[in-house]
Design a protein around this ligand. Structure first.
Ligand code: NAP
Length: 248
């Protein structure tokens, strides 16, 4: 049975697809965003129109006080959390490692790694049976970049996602006896606006011939894997990360 879910970065791209699919599966969804409130409110309106329950909440996942407020607001609106999708993520302009300065490295690690850890910690504090919670599921959105390395594009982002994979393994073992499963997905080339951040909005089209399935993926195809991992159908799955990448 579904419960209360937070999707970080839930207003656009993969996060928006997760928010909508999860709401259709009866999750009450906190749709987090950092700056694009219009997109998040559109997702909430679509969920409302379909008879679901959702709330848009602004918060930068890299800021501890904003993460606390996000989890508090969603708890107040919808009751204690039973699901978290650590989806918020970013990358920066394509560059070689020798060109990366410290400020960029901090920005990339803060959202992708510190943000995922802060949200996971806040979720465990609400969900752990050790703390009186009802248990739950955390799904971390990694990337095939963690394995492929993103040479010449963004090795910093790839390394951040490798840290997310390690969070999945370690936290899963840490909280397995407390009613919490922790899983991950590694999307491949998915058609969203993230590629424009790297300076190449057409990246998926350029690389689609390198995907064994012969095309880029859709946000909804990643969302289906995530919502399955959140569900009771995945009750014996923890500490593992599923590639959703068309074989790439
Ligand atoms: P996207 O369309 O660019 O959306 C990114 C989302 O993250 C936006 O909703 C954005 O909020 C939010 N966000 C970014 N930084 C944030 C922060 N500090 N605090 C809160 N929210 C923040 O990207 P996407 O492609 O859907 O990516 C979603 C996840 O999938 C990311 O973790 C990404 O690394 C991963 N991924 C994507 C691909 C791909 O090919 N698309 C492949 C592998 C992995 P605003 O809307 O407010 O800007």
């Amino acid at each position: 049975m579904a419960g209360t879910l937070i999707v970080t970065g839930g207003g656009r791209g993969i996060g928006a697809a997760v928010s909508m699919l999860a709401a259709a599966r009866s999750w009450r969804v906190g749709v987090n965003y950092r700056q694009n409130g219009e997109a998040a409110r559109r997702v909430v309106a679509d969920i409302d129109a379909a008879g679901g329950q959702a709330l848009a909440v602004q918060a930068d996942v890299a800021r501890p006080e904003e993460v606390e407020r996000l989890f508090h607001e969603v708890n107040t609106a919808f009751g204690p959390l039973t699901g978290l999708v650590n989806n918020a993520g970013l990358l920066e302009r394509q560059a070689r490692v020798e060109e990366l300065d410290a400020a960029r490295l901090h920005r990339v690690l803060e959202t992708n790694v510190v943000g995922a850890f802060l949200c996971a910690g806040a979720a465990v504090r609400q969900m752990s049976t050790r703390r009186g919670g009802a248990g739950g599921v955390i799904v971390n959105v990694s990337s095939r970049a963690a394995v492929l390395g993103s040479a010449g594009e963004y090795v910093d982002y790839a390394a951040a996602k490798a840290a997310v994979d390690t969070l999945t393994v370690g936290l899963a073992r840490e909280v397995a006896a407390e009613g919490i499963r922790v899983c991950g997905v590694r999307p491949g080339l998915i058609d969203t606006e993230i590629h424009a951040l790297g300076g190449e909005p057409g990246r998926v089209a350029r690389l689609s011939s390198t995907v064994p399935l012969g095309r880029g993926g859709l946000p909804a195809e990643v969302a289906h894997a995530i919502v399955w991992l959140l569900s009771a159908e995945a009750s014996y799955v923890t500490g593992t990360t599923l590639d959703v990448s068309g074989g790439r």
